[in-house]
Structure formats: structure tokens, C-alpha cells
Design a binder for this molecule. Structure first.
Ligand SMILES: [Zn+2]
Length: 356
């Protein structure tokens, strides 16, 4: 049977091989043969030839219209090791199986246990995957602010300009959403309001409480604040725990921005973990909220830092890379739209339409 070489390749656990094992590349089966083809087995064989290293088998089982796909991993490897950067492959798997008769969604398991893994590209493998997000979701501008005042620095926006920008958003029908809402939209198609925009404020400056928060309340807007926990109630220019708690209770989404704002790329594994998990834990304990999102200090990160953010239990992270966030983006590398001092409404308007 023509299928045999493919099955052998799959059984050997090797992906696309650099050297052909036979003189001819495996040809697709053209002869239907005597036996009835099993579409599930065929899909598994075909997909395994392109599987990432370490994925050695997939056992499908149909329960109603939900296909449970149990993954067999090479010894010593976790699903995260094998699948995390394999958005394209997971997408292919979901598309292949949901194209089959009677399959509505695919649930991934390992050893029968549900797989909890938010993938690169924004697929939540802990729930049945019906469709994978693509370019159709978003893009949504995530605006990035820091400090406000009369200081001549690009990061310090004039308070009057902020008022004008918020009024512009209201007048133009923009609706503010949280990062949680954005992630739910990307992962499971949770509907967004028309003209969605996310407002983020890094570092937890006192102006967040004195200036920004009242302006947001007047306009019924939501926002996300990334706090440096070591500064809270310590620095005069920072918010206090009481202020942060009050804002969190009134709906401000709280994210973490480490304990001391270091360059995370330079830290030991233990210190990296402390900065990521410690800041998250103290925010959750002191503010009584769930902290799901992270902002890389000064936008500095690498693959190791990103993996540590995933391991610390966050569901997403924002960078300082310029751009609008879209469904196909890695949720741990969402770009943002930086708002600088001295930018008039014409520039603000143009920035909101980045990628239009
Ligand atoms: Zn910062």
C-alpha cells in the first residue's frame, strides 16, 4: 500500500526527514485499496509526518461531535516543550479534523488529561478548539501611556493632551476594553464592541490615581495598569496600596510589571522567577484581584524571559514594539501603540488607524 511508508515514518517519530529513506518520496495514496479507509487514521498519519519533534503519536476518539485527541510525547518532554511554538501545526490539526464528517471541535489531551496551554498565536488548548483565530480577529490598538505632567520627556504626556485624546475616543465612538476581554476575543471569539481600544498605563505613577482614573470614571472607560510592586507605597511618585485597591475595586484591570523594573534578560533563573511570580502574588494578595497580564520592563525580553512569563502563570504580555494586536499574534508578545508627549490629535488619530 502506498500509505505504508508514511505510517513507518510516523511510527519512527521523525518529522520531515532531511534524507529520503527511499529513492522516491512517499506519494499520496492513489489506490483506494480493498479496505475501507479510516479518515481519522489517515488524518493522524498525514499530520504526524509534519509533526514537531517530540510528538510521537495522536489517538483520536470521538465523543459526540467532540474529537478528543490524545497526544503521545517523547519521554521527558512536556506539551509546552513540544507544541509551544507550533501554532501552524495545531491550526493544521484542528482544520484537518473539523473538516471530517461529524466533528465539531477538537480537545487536546495528554495521557487523558486535558491540556492546559495557551499557544503562541492565541489558541487555548484547555478547551475544545472549534476554529483557530486568524487575521479575522482584531486588530485592536493597545495604547501605551506612562507618566503625565509638564516634564519635557517623550514618556510624559501633557494632561491636557490626555483629556483631548480621551474626549476624541468618546466622540468617535471608541469603546475601551480590558486585556482580558481582548484575549477572550482572540481565543474564543467573545464579541467586541464596535471600535474597541485598550488603554494601558505602565509603572503605576501617582498621576494614574490623581489624574487618569477620575478622567476614565467620568467617561465610563476601563483601562489596564501595570504596577511595579516594589514602588507601591514606597516612592512618592507612585500610587499607594490603598489607591491601587480603590481603583481595582472600581474596575481598573491590574497587571504586573515586576518588583523592581530590571532588565529581565540579565537575571538568573531564580531572580527572574521572583520578579515574575513575586509581583503577581503580592498584587493578588494585596488587591484581591486576579493578575493575568504582564508588561516587560522597558520592553526588554528574549525567548527565555517570555517562557518564564508563561511559566509564572500569566495569560498574556505586552511589549513596547509598535503595532496593533491581532488574533494571530503571540499573546505573550502583543505590540502596543506608544503615545508620546506633544502629539496632536491628528497624530493620535493616525496612530489609532495603524494597519488600516
Ligand atoms: Zn516600565
Amino acid at each position: 500500500m502506498a500509505l505504508l511508508p508514511i505510517l513507518l515514518l510516523a511510527a519512527a517519530g521523525c518529522g520531515p526527514s532531511s534524507e529520503p529513506l527511499t529513492e522516491e518520496p512517499a506519494a499520496p495514496a492513489v489506490d483506494a485499496g480493498e479496505t475501507t479507509p479510516d479518515p481519522f487514521a489517515e488524518a493522524v498519519s498525514r499530520l504526524l509526518t509534519r509533526a514537531p519533534t517530540g510528538l510521537e503519536g495522536m489517538t483520536p476518539a470521538l465523543d459526540g461531535e467532540e474529537l478528543s485527541l490524545d497526544l503521545e510525547l517523547a519521554p521527558g518532554l512536556t506539551a509546552r516543550d513540544v507544541l509551544f511554538h507550533e501554532y501552524g501545526f495545531v491550526k493544521e490539526v484542528v482544520e484537518a479534523f473539523t473538516a471530517l464528517e461529524g466533528v465539531d471541535s477538537v480537545r487536546f489531551t495528554v495521557g487523558g488529561e486535558p491540556l492546559t496551554l495557551v499557544m503562541t498565536g492565541g489558541i487555548d488548548l484547555s478547551r475544545p478548539v472549534r476554529e483557530v483565530p486568524g487575521g479575522g480577529r482584531g486588530p485592536v490598538p493597545v495604547l501605551m501611556y506612562h507618566q503625565f505632567g509638564d516634564v519635557e520627556s517623550p514618556l510624559v504626556v501633557d494632561p491636557g493632551d490626555l483629556v483631548a485624546q480621551l474626549d476624541y475616543l468618546s466622540a468617535e465612538g471608541y469603546r475601551t476594553i480590558t486585556l482580558r476581554h481582548l484575549l477572550e476575543h482572540f481565543l474564543s471569539g467573545e464579541p467586541l464592541p464596535p471600535r474597541p481600544v485598550v488603554l494601558t498605563f505602565d509603572d503605576g505613577y501617582r498621576t494614574l490615581y490623581d489624574l487618569v482614573f477620575p478622567l476614565l470614571r467620568e467617561r465610563s472607560m476601563v483601562a489596564t495598569a501595570f504596577l511595579i510592586t516594589g514602588n507601591v507605597s514606597v516612592r512618592e511618585t507612585s500610587v499607594t496600596w490603598d489607591m491601587a485597591r480603590e481603583m481595582a475595586e472600581l474596575g481598573l484591570e491590574i497587571g504586573a510589571h515586576t518588583i523592581t523594573h530590571p532588565d529581565l534578560r540579565t537575571l538568573s533563573a531564580a531572580e527572574l522567577e521572583r520578579q515574575l511570580k513575586g509581583s503577581r502574588r503580592v498584587l493578588e494578595e494585596r488587591l484581591g484581584v486576579e493578575v493575568l497580564f504582564f508588561s516587560y520592563p522597558a520592553g526588554r525580553y528574549d525567548d527565555r524571559v517570555r517562557e518564564a512569563v508563561v511559566d509564572a502563570g500569566y495569560l498574556g504580555a505586552v511589549t513596547t514594539a509598535y503595532g496593533v494586536a491581532a488574533g494571530e499574534d503571540d499573546p505573550f508578545q502583543w505590540p502596543r501603540v506608544r503615545i508620546n508627549r506633544g502629539e496632536g490629535l491628528d497624530i493620535f488619530r493616525a496612530k489609532l488607524h495603524t494597519n488600516d
